[in-house]
Design a protein. Structure first.
Length: 146
């Protein structure tokens, strides 16, 4: 019986790992409508998915924005000029920016499952063009049952 339980648990873990997706986000020096963007800027993911940020020009990075992380998520700041992979493990909203381009509005928003930290994400302060860019991204957040 114990052997059957262990096998079932191992299969469940393997199925979870196999179902995790990799979602690509390009870091662009110029987008179709504006300069310095993540494409796409809004991503919906599930716990366990990996977001692959692809550097397409020079000088971008991925850094989490203070006040825009779910509880238990680890802040990140990747090196400038390099692609970066971030596995999201906690449900909620993850606000990210390119550190050097943040005030120019180079921000992205990742929704992982339910937006459990929506109020905190809305309250997070932003500077420069990031304020309007993040306000626009927050309008894309979905809720259970919507």
């Amino acid at each position: 019986m114990m052997k059957q339980i262990l096998c079932a648990a191992a299969l469940g873990l393997a199925a979870t790992a196999a179902s995790a997706d990799t979602i690509q986000v390009r870091m662009l020096g110029a987008g179709p409508d504006e300069a310095m963007v993540f494409d796409p800027a809004f991503v919906q993911a599930e716990p366990g998915d990996t977001i692959e940020f692809i550097e397409t020009s020079h000088g971008h990075n991925v850094a989490t924005i203070r006040g825009m992380l779910p509880e238990g998520a680890t802040p990140v700041a990747s090196p400038l000029g390099e692609s970066y992979r971030m596995t999201v493990t906690q449900e909620g909203l993850y606000g990210v920016a390119s550190s050097a381009r943040y005030t120019l509005g180079m921000v992205a928003l990742i929704q992982v499952g339910e937006a459990v930290n929506l109020d905190a994400a809305r309250a997070a302060p932003h500077k420069g063009l990031a304020r309007a860019a993040m306000a626009e991204l927050l309008t894309e957040v979905t809720h259970s049952g919507s």
